[in-house]
Ligand binder design. Structure first.
Ligand code: PLP
Length: 400
């Protein structure tokens, strides 16, 4: 037998800096419980429980039958890039419109985030982002040797950024700021005033803004405002968007970014070096999503809104729990700090004891401590059952 003289596991040092999305781990645990015959309500994973709308599925099936099953350019098929440029500009009211040269299609928004950060971050650069946050930004930045710099979102500001802290933390090393509105995990939505302050800082310190607008169609009150609508910001903004959340297409893996041309070309180079291109028939289905009937998106949103109202009201009735009203996305982010010191332990306990799968706020960064995230992509029946389970179980919870 050969003896291994160096690191036993062969892994590179940088992997120690990678984060991960705990939703997938909790999902696996929840599925294992279900396999034992237990009832579990899935509020851990951020995906619509609706089926993909029929006309989109039909377009995907037709595309396979018509043999759209070969490689495509790494940026995406021109037809889809044009449809995205048209839709994205119209939805945000932007003139002149984006062109296909601004559009890069990827296998979900997540690999586009990875490839974009690979294209712009040098070791030692600062990537400023909100805390709590979707874990992909800080994970990629840390892996690349850049410094992830968290700025708090404030519960007291309905989970909008602490703009004073932001102003204090940006500077010459800041390469980019990531904003995500509507926000995962809190459901917070930035206002036009917030975005204008951010824009001023971006101009003053010459940094890029990465606007993760993947929940831009999931909004329940205020009008969606994009930082690209703020004077002078389009040239320093990269918009991240996709099909997963708006069209219930999580498993199709289809997302994109809108970027200034030079940056777009470099993201394409990373696509070329990683997944080459997205499945052709999936891209054809994406064209159908953007150019076909929009009514299913609106129907899903009306249902999300009812569920939001039900879960937030129910959570606020639980002793020791308080929850702000999320204005977008499909997450409730209640404060449970009076009940538990360790939110992730509480989340695990709730799955075991009550069959309610949710995530500890700490999974989204230090500022998530003391909160839980419930994805309300579950039926009203399931939400009602889960709230009953929580009411019964929570009074029995003890910190370890
Ligand atoms: C804020 C945010 N950005 C991006 C994504 C990635 O979505 P996808 O890769 O499915 O397009 C998610 C998914 O949970 C998200 O919450």
């Amino acid at each position: 037998m050969t003896t291994i003289s160096h690191h036993a596991d062969y892994l590179c040092e940088a992997v120690a800096r990678l984060g991960s999305e705990s939703a997938f781990e909790v999902l696996a645990r929840a599925k294992a419980l279900e396999a034992q015959g237990r009832r579990v309500v899935h509020m851990e994973v951020g995906e619509p429980d609706f089926d993909t709308p029929e006309h989109i599925k039909a377009a995907g099936i037709r595309a396979i039958q018509e043999n759209f099953t070969h490689y495509t350019p790494s940026a995406g098929i021109p037809e889809l890039r044009d449809a995205i440029a048209e839709y994205a500009s119209r939805f945000r009211g932007l003139t002149p419109a984006y062109t296909r040269h601004n559009v890069v299609v990827g296998a979900g928004a997540k690999p586009i985030i990875w490839n974009l950060l690979s294209a712009i971050l040098d070791p030692g650069d600062d990537l400023v982002y909100a805390d709590p946050a979707y874990p992909a930004y800080a994970s990629a930045a840390a892996y690349l040797g850049a410094r992830p710099v968290p700025v708090h979102l404030l519960e007291a500001r309905d989970w909008r950024l602490d703009l004073d802290e932001l102003a204090a933390k940006v500077g010459p090393k800041t390469k980019a700021l990531v904003i995500n509105s509507p926000h995962n995990p809190t459901g917070g939505v930035l206002t036009r005033d917030d975005l204008e302050t951010i824009a001023e800082l971006a101009h003053r310190h010459n940094f890029l803004v990465i606007a993760d607008e993947i929940y831009s169609r999931n909004i329940y009150g205020p009008n969606f405002v994009s930082i690209t609508q703020v004077e002078g910001m389009r040239d320093r903004t990269i918009v991240i968007d996709g099909f997963s959340k708006a069209y219930a297409m999580t498993g199709w893996r289809l997302g994109y970014c809108l970027a200034p041309e030079k940056i777009a070309e470099t993201v394409v180079l990373f696509n070329n070096n990683t997944f080459s291109c997205v499945a052709t028939f999936v891209q054809k289905a994406g064209v159908a999503a953007l150019t076909g009937d929009d009514a299913p998106v609106q129907r899903m949103n009306a249902i999300f809104r009812e569920r939001r109202d039900a879960i937030v009201a129910g959570l606020n009735r639980l002793p020791g729990v308080s929850c702000t009203l999320p204005e977008g996305a499909f997450y409730a982010f209640p404060n449970v700090s009076k009940i538990a010191k360790d939110d992730r332990h509480l989340a695990q306990w709730l799955l075991q004891e009550a069959g309610v799968a949710c995530l500890g706020g700490r999974s989204f960064g230090p500022a998530g401590e003391g909160y839980l995230r419930f994805s309300y992509a579950a039926s009203i029946d399931d939400i009602t059952w889960a709230l009953g389970q929580l009411a019964e179980a929570l009074p029995r919870y003890r910190d370890p």
